[in-house]
Design a protein around this ligand. Structure first.
Ligand SMILES: Nc1ncnc2c1ncn2[C@@H]1O[C@H](COP(=O)(O)OP(=O)(O)OP(=O)(O)O)[C@@H](O)[C@H]1O
Length: 582
């Protein structure tokens, strides 16, 4: 095989150790079956020799009967073994694909938020679903066919030599040339396959975004633009496939030509030898048939070779992802907090998305357990970044954040986030029922708890009017609900999750007075008794806050309660008066 020679992240040894060896039972059974299958396949050509040389000339009906029985048994064995082979190997390969997909998904979902800032969703989807598919060629019938093919070729070779060493020698020359050509060709194809995986992911990624943003695209009449971008993407994909097709078709044509040449030669040499009585008719017939059996797997090799190349290219890309370090590092995050009170403290915290460009600087404040801290300030001042630091989505580049006195960077994320709740502006709702969306952080919550949350967030105010009530399906991202309804649903979800610490990014949408009233009331209920950080846009929320932090250019420029800040007539007063962001 050519694969070991090509520089790549996944070596043949590693694939053998991690993918093939753990499935050795399946692979060995598969190989045994393929050997049996191929050996029984040889009975037919070998029987022809006896038919022509022994049965026909001497009218040997008894031998004819045995020959037919032998061929029928062999054909039956062949059929049964190839069926069993597919069952065992293909099923195991699909099983492996499912496991790998689950592993890759589990890894990706545990990568830090920063990874997702720089990745396209659709591209990641393609990496989970498509990149691992190639392994079916490693565990599935691809590898078995290849090994079986090599074996059949070798056995045929021995039989060919036995029949006529001279003709065999003549055949081996073009076959060796073909072998060299295909080795070279597959060396060229692997990088093309790697590139194809990348292109495929890019094109799928863009398409997913386009479909997700269909309203904006239609709103700006940008359909043509999007179609053009997509066409460019699929065209690049086409060019990639085309270049690999050129290499594979070259291999196939080379095979046809060289092997055709061999057959013509055999005709000549064989014909001459029969006339010269060095070779019997039966031998000639068996030689030609066996030659076919020897060559067929070699031809198949070009196909299997590209399948295996594809498998390796996909595994390379998967390996790249699996090597990315996870967000949760048990070596570093070794404090488990079973139950938090919710005292949060920032001490001289800096954070930069890009090295050297601090987005928040020297942030110090205390948020006592159960209090509400409102973050206000103009757009881009760093409010979301600070709340991301509280959620540990981001880690300070300098300074320290503590929860109940423990350094947040050392607390195990699962123990912390299990007690954290987030309600974001563009909240995550998925295709499913209202009930499923509310229960998703706590799928085992009781019906009473659910009903309580539904009431506390005034969700029943609108679900009662739906024919299906809580069982109403809301469409992808909650598209079938109004903005206010979506907010209430997200609040009900957080109430049901009952977190100790809460991050709330208030939606800015202007709602009618009644909706506004329900949302204010449900927010009040949600924030009660929890350490809350709220990026606040509602005056009512800000008035309730125990402390307001006014953020400008990543720094706290003012702090205090609403009345205090109004009376000091500083930045907050300006914001409040001009209603710039409040
Ligand atoms: N993922 C990111 N990568 C690089 N820079 C970012 C990223 N997210 C935010 N920034 C930058 O950090 C700064 C602060 O952004 P942040 O989102 O915290 O502001 P904000 O106060 O929440 O703004 P808004 O009220 O408009 O949501 C901005 O200048 C923004 O461009």
């Amino acid at each position: 095989m050519t694969k070991t020679k090509i520089p790549g992240k996944v070596s043949l040894a590693k694939v053998f150790k991690t993918i093939i060896w753990p499935r050795r039972k399946h692979v060995f059974i598969g190989l045994a079956l393929i050997v049996i299958s191929r050996l029984s396949g040889l009975v037919l050509p070998w029987a022809s020799k006896y038919l022509v040389d022994d049965v026909i000339p001497s009218n040997n009906f008894d031998l004819l009967k045995w020959l037919i029985i032998a061929v029928s048994v062999a054909v039956t064995i062949q059929a049964v073994t190839s069926f069993a082979l597919t069952q065992i190997l293909s099923v195991e390969a699909q099983n492996l694909i499912s496991k790998l997909r689950a592993q890759v998904q589990a890894h990706i979902i545990r990568l830090p938020i920063r990874f997702f800032d720089n990745a396209k969703t659709g591209e990641l989807v393609s990496r989970v679903m498509t990149d691992v598919e190639g392994v079916r060629n490693l565990v599935g019938t691809g590898l078995a066919q290849m090994v079986g093919g090599v074996l059949t070729s070798l056995i045929c070779l021995v039989l060919l030599v036995y029949i006529s060493p001279l003709m065999t020698l003549y055949v081996l020359l073009p076959v060796s040339i073909f072998g060299l050509i295909s080795l070279k060709a597959f060396g060229k194809i692997r990088p093309i396959f790697r590139e194809r995986g990348k292109l495929n992911a890019e094109v799928t990624g863009r398409l997913t975004e386009t479909l997700g943003g269909i309203r904006v695209i239609k709103g700006f009449n940008a359909e043509d633009q999007e179609t053009k971008t997509f066409e460019e993407g699929v065209n690049r994909l086409f060019l990639n496939v085309k270049s690999s097709l050129t290499a594979t078709s070259f291999v196939t044509s080379a095979a046809t030509f060289l092997l055709g040449l061999a057959s013509a030669g055999i005709m000549g040499i064989g014909g001459y030898m029969i006339m010269d009585e060095q070779l019997s008719f039966g031998d000639f017939l068996a030689f030609t048939l066996l030659l076919g059996f020897m060559i067929a797997p070699i031809l198949q090799m070009s196909n299997i070779g590209s399948q295996l190349t594809e498998a390796f290219a996909g595994l390379d890309r998967t390996e790249e992802l699996m090597n990315l370090p996870l967000e949760e590092d048990p070596g570093k995050r070794n404090i488990t907090i079973p139950e938090i009170r919710g005292d949060v403290e920032f001490t001289q915290v800096d954070f930069a998305y890009e090295e050297g460009h601090d987005v928040v600087k020297n942030i110090s404040f205390k948020a006592r357990a159960g209090t509400v801290t409102a973050l206000v300030g103009s757009s881009g001042s760093g409010k979301t970044t600070i709340s991301g630091l509280v959620a540990s989505f981001l880690n300070p580049t300098k300074g320290q954040i503590t929860i109940d006195g423990h350094d947040l960077s050392q607390i195990s994320l699962s123990s912390y986030r299990g007690q954290l709740g987030v309600v974001l502006q563009d909240d995550f709702l998925f295709e499913g029922t209202i009930r499923e969306n509310i229960m998703f952080p706590r799928p085992d919550a009781s019906e009473e708890a659910l009903q309580e949350a539904v009431k506390a967030a005034y969700v029943n105010q609108f679900t009662d009017q739906f024919e299906m009530g809580l069982e109403t399906v809301i469409g992808e991202r909650g598209i079938k609900l109004s903005g206010g309804q979506r907010q209430r649903l997200a609040i009900a979800r957080a109430i049901l999750a009952d977190p100790r610490t809460l991050i709330l990014d208030e939606a800015t949408s202007n709602l009618d007075a009644e909706s506004e009233h329900f949302i204010q009331a449900s927010l009040k209920r949600l924030m009660h008794g929890r350490t809350t950080f709220v990026i606040a846009h509602r005056l009512s929320t800000i008035r309730q806050a125990d402390q307001i932090l006014v953020i400008e250019k990543g720094q706290i420029v003012e702090r205090g309660k609403h009345e205090e800040l109004i009376s000091s007539q500083g930045r907050y007063y300006d914001l409040y008066t001009y209603q710039a962001r409040i």
